[in-house]
Design a protein around this ligand. Structure first.
Ligand SMILES: *Cc1c(COP(=O)(O)O)cnc(C)c1O
Length: 223
């Protein structure tokens, strides 16, 4: 087995254990393998090991790696998880199956327009700035309900869930709890939370998708 295959095996086992421990149904949690900054060969290794769902931060990088893999891997699903410029929205709609980083009204409008032009409707998650960090993207918790309503009604966007990235070096549990509560309140099915360092805690709080990079692909090359 390649080291990526071994890592995937270990991460999947940890996800299964955490899911069981939380009293949740087997298979309730989807692993999004975050392949940003890693080459297409690393993605191919993960695909060969049965991984179908991937996450990328940058639309351009994703567009360079994934379309060529799709014909041979019909189950492949790509999530865009990074900050998205308005002028990349249409490209994101073209390449992604899920866009996890909707964080402002202008982007909502650009995504709606991109979907109309491309005749493609990837599901959208709203990123929430649970830690109220000024440098971090995301809708503030108190503005979330109105924003989701606007996106759904005026924008006609297929909003399916919420995503958060808790502040570094703090206990992520209150952030996961906040996001889970908001998803319940808004009747949204997808909860994308938890990364290499904290995905088990996220699963305990109800994560349906965990975004794991380093624990699968190793450390990213520093750019
Ligand atoms: C890079 C990234 C991840 C993966 O982080 P790891 O700590 O490497 O698992 C998850 N989510 C987002 C939004 C990221 O940018």
């Amino acid at each position: 087995m390649s080291s990526i295959a071994e890592n995937l095996h270990r991460v999947r086992a940890r996800i299964a254990e955490a899911t069981l421990r939380a009293g949740r149904a087997e298979g309730a949690v989807t692993l999004v393998a975050v392949s940003k900054f890693h080459p297409a060969e690393a993605v191919a290794e993960a695909l060969a090991a049965g991984q179908a769902v991937f996450g990328e931060n940058r639309v351009q990088e994703a567009a360079g790696k994934f379309p060529a893999l799709r014909p041979d891997h019909p189950a492949l699903r790509l999530h865009i998880i990074g900050a998205l410029q308005t002028n990349k929205a249409r490209d994101a709609v073209r390449v992604a199956d899920v866009i996890e980083s909707l964080d402002r009204p202008k982007l909502a409008a650009a995504l709606a327009e991109g979907m109309a032009r491309e005749s493609r409707r990837p599901r959208v998650l709203v990123q929430v700035n649970t830690g109220r960090e000024p440098q971090k993207a995301g809708i503030l918790p108190e503005a979330l309900d109105d924003f989701v309503a606007e996106c759904r009604e005026a924008g006609g966007l297929p909003v399916a869930g919420l995503m958060c990235i808790p502040p570094a070096d703090t206990d992520p549990n209150p952030h996961f709890a906040l996001l889970a509560e908001a998803a319940r309140r808004l009747r949204l099915d997808i909860l994308s939370m938890g990364m290499s360092g904290d995905f088990e805690a996220a699963i305990a709080h109800g994560a349906t998708h965990v975004r794991v990079g380093t624990a699968i692909f190793g450390h990213r090359p520093v750019l």
